[in-house]
Write a protein that binds this ligand. Sequence first.
Ligand code: GRF
Length: 209
Amino acid sequence: MAKLALGVLVSGSGTNLQAILDAIQDGSLDAMIRLVVSNKADAYALTRAERAGVQTKTIPHKSFDSREAFDQAVVDSLRDAGVDWIVLAGFMRLITPVFLRAFPWRVINIHPALLPAFPGVRAAEQAVAYGVKISGCTVHLVDEGTDTGPIIAQRTVIVHEGDSADTLQARIHEQEHQILVEVLRWIASDRVTVQAGDGDQRARVKVRE
Ligand code: GRF
């Protein structure tokens, strides 16, 4: 089987990108990152990629008239780089059907909450404000909604008395780094498949043992 070729989309600090780079470097993940794309030129994630010798590209969303035109530019770059799967690792843009049609069921996202609770931005803040006792993180396939796609894996994180959004987010982050790499190992060994929805049942992910 060919080595899993990844494209990683980022907007920020890139600790999840770092977790993937580290796992590839230490041989625990059999994959390569062909391209890291950021919509922000100052994303620290770009520095992490460059340090690891990975090709990067900044595509500022503000230079495009529509989300679709921006997505088409990102898709073109990812196709040129020859990627098979895309990881949204702190990518702060909603993606459109233009993107999803180019890589059907081949885009994953990491979200800092136990979906379907607390989708969207500032999930840890939402969890603390709500007063939940357990939160966590979710890796899911991306569909046309916001954080609504079929779930691949989740990890729980206990919410402590006195947690702030920042302290909770920090513990969630640690779990994110592990679960994201674990899911990529499953994908690299071709264990992740999608089962079509049926009636009331949504499309769902099967992970082969
Ligand atoms: C993570 O919490 C991820 O769940 C969310 O954005 C954050 C990115 O963090 N989608 P980092 O840039 O990987 O450190």
